[in-house]
Unconditional design. Structure first.
Ligand code: GPU
Length: 839
């Protein structure tokens, strides 16, 4: 029965997605006129972008609304992806692709006197993440929606995303804020009616049966903003719910009336501060950054508490007993950041819903799944007990109670093994005591996974070994990461996408949804006409990058040279240091050659990009070295025809979309066993770039797929790493003896050849002294690998074949495959398609 009014009137007025050009044009103009209140004659590109975006947004909202209604009616089991980071990048192009409306919008925009590509460029990135972990979350949202799975993301709506990186004239990284919401954000829907009260501090008084009452302290409001996530070629449009913090009351009227205006607004400021800014520290939360720690823990609790309140409310609308909660809800914890969700669900069940402790624990441990993204010991999250006691007194009690029964179980299986109890306890002894979030996440989850085969094996044999002994191996599995081929091939490399479609002779929409279809390219690898087209696409992508470098840095680059790229966060374990030291070695070698000899050298342009955490001193020093070495070698008339180098500032998703398709070779050269997976390695290979790398993370699985002859591996293997580090500490060999080529490079840097004599010593000493990341052990093998790359590049036809064969075998690395795996083996959720007619 129709709810109100005249059904016919309603139905005639309700709109669907606009799919015809005249209506699209009208809707854009309508937004210019009303939403933006602008005149046609003073409309600039930014305005035109905004109008086009608002028009696309209308379409997304129609689909989003229908999807949400459909899901509510069908009440399937849902999965929730809790991530403190979603590195979305731009939306308009992706939305047009997924809606299948790109051509039509392009035509409309043309008629209005603009060019769609120029408008796309006006959009600011939504950069609510640091690097791989955040971008993975974004790819997973695209794949979930595209596969019509009932998956929501939950995160924070930071006012400021990852900082903007500026490079000073002397090569230092400077940070500026990223006010990404400045021009309004058409891709979100404020849901001012969806709000929750979140408590901090106060007191917790225990009652009987493990229950307690938590009261007092500070209360703030969480407000929902919904971001529409369209699926590719489906009406299904999922939701990413981001929380904003707000004061519960505007300001304290008592203080206000007493004339203490500062005190009056203070509490409101402190509430707003919670979602003010994304923490820019990749792979670390505590060690280096003591300040602002409390705010980070506040962010984590604020977000998990709001998300759980929302999830529990949605479940309770189903009118099912709480024992069935895990039949309707699966929650994926993206790293340990959302681990407080475990004690929070216990608190809701035990304190608010009167569920007995043991039953509550059973529900909880059947709801959560935990993904680990690193085995680096310094990156394992720990929180000081005194801080947690102060901020979250009730949660600390719950954690103690969980720990008590857990340790009893351990003691039962391994009687009297006190060392084991010490290692496995959620609480680490010390001054102060600390809460080990990874232990809590493991204990409270149904399954734990790593993000590539090698990494998952390291999880089982190192950081989680004791837990494998306790629970058995089946709780610890692997889901190798993936990337969405929509953004990372079709959008960023339209030329290649087109060539693939015409070569495979199947519709683009088929292979973009089943990436294994790329194998069909293998049949064409030997075809010279196809090779020529393949090479032409790469060439035009190199020219596009050259144009970008020209406009941003004012430098002209030789697009006939090999393009060698390393782009990722600056971190010692990723070894940008090895790359830059290798570049210096190449430069010195070139300098020592005669002009005749040089002519035989393969010309190369090297690109670096990536941000360093603002407090990470050594990483910033490495950027400074890169920039200053670039200055010297780019100005050297003897060598600049053969070797130039650029550090592109402010790396982002959008910059990656230009860089990746242009690369001939990219570097993924972490110390073996340190890079959990890597995902840019997959992006480069999917775009026909070859890979030079260590036997680490997903490099290994890429080589398995494309064949070892198509990748350039070097360096020591994971099992050797521990022994080498032991040697460095107890039987150190001076670098002059161990690796003379490297010693010569270090000497040149020390001498001030690249300016700033003395400035780089702290970095150089990390190599000379403990060399924790094994630069001295891998340098020679790295240089040999680069020679093999040069040699292979000389035979261009063979190179192109390698490039084709590589891209052809990347099917496994679609994030569609990864999400299928999570859906089936972890979440137990099923596809729920919204039919085109809305049924
Ligand atoms: N990763 Br932990 C991050 O980007 N940030 C982090 O804080 C942690 C891990 C990365 C891994 O370094 C990378 O190897 C992996 O591919 C990515 O997460 C996604 O799993």
């Amino acid at each position: 029965k129709w709810p109100r009014g005249d059904e016919k009137t309603w139905k005639e007025a309700l709109r669907g997605v606009t799919t015809d050009e005249p209506t699209i044009t009208k809707s854009i103009v309508n937004h210019v006129q009303t939403s933006l209140a602008r005149q046609p004659h003073n409309l600039d590109e930014l305005g035109a972008y905004q109008a086009a975006a608002l028009s696309v947004r209308d379409n997304l909202i129609v689909n989003w609304n229908e999807t949400q209604l459909h899901f509510t009616r069908k009440a399937p089991k849902r999965a929730y992806y809790l991530s403190l980071e979603f590195l979305m990048g731009r939306t308009l192009d992706n939305a047009l692709l997924n809606l299948g409306l790109k051509n039509k919008y392009s035509n409309s925009v043309d008629k209005l006197g603009f060019n769609l590509e120029d408008l796309l460029d006006k959009e600011r990135d939504a950069a609510l993440g640091n690097g791989g972990l955040g971008r993975l979350a974004a790819c997973y949202l695209d794949s979930s929606a595209s596969q019509e799975l009932p998956v929501w993301g939950y995160g924070l709506r930071y006012q400021y995303g990852i900082f903007q990186q500026l490079i000073s004239p002397d090569g230092q990284q400077l940070e500026a804020p990223d006010p990404w919401l400045q021009n309004q954000n058409p891709w979100e829907l404020p849901r001012l009616d969806v709000d929750y009260e979140i408590r901090f501090y106060g007191h917790s008084n225990r009652l009987e049966n493990g229950k307690a009452v938590w009261s007092g302290g500070q209360e703030v409001l969480a407000i929902a903003y919904d971001v529409m996530i369209p699926g590719y070629e489906t009406k299904n449009t999922n939701n990413l719910r981001l929380w904003e913090s707000k004061p519960k009351r505007g300001f304290d009227l008592n203080s206000f009336n007493a004339g203490d205006y500062e005190a009056a607004v203070e509490s409101s400021n402190s509430a707003a501060a919670i979602t003010a800014v994304l923490y820019p520290n990749d792979h670390t939360t505590c060690k280096l950054f003591v300040f602002g720690k409390e705010l980070r823990l506040k962010q984590q609790y604020f977000w998990t508490a709001a998300s759980l309140a929302d999830i529990v409310r949605r479940f309770k609308n189903l009118d099912k007993p709480l024992t069935e909660f895990p039949d309707y809800v699966a929650i994926q914890l993206n790293d340990t950041h959302p681990t407080l969700a475990i004690p929070e669900l216990m608190r809701i069940l035990v304190d608010e819903e009167d569920v007995p402790w043991d039953l509550a624990w059973n529900i909880t441990t059947n709801t959560f799944f935990f993904t680990n993204h690193t085995v680096l010991p310094e990156a394992l999250e720990k929180w000081p007990v005194p801080l947690m006691e102060h901020l979250l007194p009730r949660h600390l009690q719950i954690i103690y109670d969980i720990n008590f029964s857990f340790l009893q179980a351990v003691d039962k299986k391994f009687p009297g093994d006190l060392e084991r109890l010490g290692r496995m306890s959620i609480i680490e002894e010390g001054f102060p005591k600390q809460v080990r979030m990874a232990n809590l996440a493991c204990i409270g989850s149904r399954k734990v996974n790593g993000v590539a085969e090698l990494h998952s094996e390291l999880v089982r044999t190192t950081i989680m070994k004791d837990f494998v002994d306790l629970y058995g191996i089946s709780k610890f599995a692997n889901v190798t990461n993936g990337i969405t081929p929509r953004r990372w091939l079709d959008q960023c490399n339209p030329g290649l996408s087109q060539l693939i479609t015409e070569t495979l002779k199947i519709p683009r929409s088929v292979w973009l949804k089943d990436l294994y279809k790329l194998e069909g390219l293998l049949a064409h690898a030997e075809d010279p006409a196809f090779q020529k087209k393949w090479a032409a696409v790469k060439q035009s992508n190199k020219e596009r990058l050259a144009h970008y470098v020209e406009t941003t840095l004012g430098a002209t680059i030789n697009t006939k040279a090999m393009f060698d790229v390393q782009v990722k966060r600056l971190h010692e374990y990723k070894r940008q240091s090895l790359n830059i030291l290798g570049v210096i070695h190449r430069y010195l070698t070139l300098k020592a050659m005669s002009a005749e000899e040089r002519k035989k050298v393969n010309p190369k342009v090297i690109f670096f990009a990536g941000k360093a955490a603002p407090g990470y001193y050594i990483a910033k020093l490495i950027i400074r070295l890169i920039v200053n070495v670039a200055r010297v070698i780019n100005a050297d008339a003897d060598t600049k025809e053969y070797l130039t180098m650029y550090f592109l500032p402010d790396y982002s998703v959008s910059v990656a979309e230009v860089l990746i398709p242009a690369s001939d070779i990219s570097q993924h050269i972490s110390t073996a066993g340190t890079e959990a997976s890597g995902t840019s390695n997959m992006k480069f290979c999917l775009n026909g770039g070859l890979l030079v790398g260590t036997v680490d993370g997903a490099n290994i699985e890429i080589a398995e797929e494309v064949g070892e002859t198509n990748v350039f591996f070097f360096g020591h293997l994971t099992p050797a790493v521990e022994g080498l580090r032991y040697q460095h500490s107890y039987h150190p060999v001076p670098v002059e003896q161990k690796c003379p080529a490297l010693a010569a490079v270090l000497k040149e840097v020390s001498s001030g050849r690249f300016g700033d004599a003395g400035v780089y010593e702290p970095f150089l000493n990390t190599v000379r002294q403990h060399d924790y990341y094994l630069i001295t052990d891998d340098f020679d093998s790295y240089i040999r690998a680069l020679s093999m790359v040069d040699e292979a590049y000389q035979d261009r036809t063979e190179w192109i074949k390698k490039s084709i064969r590589t891209a052809a075998k990347m099917g496994k690395f679609s994030s569609d495959r990864a999400i299928q795996d999570y859906a089936q083996e972890y979440w137990n959720i099923e596809t729920l398609k919204l039919e085109p007619n809305g049924a």
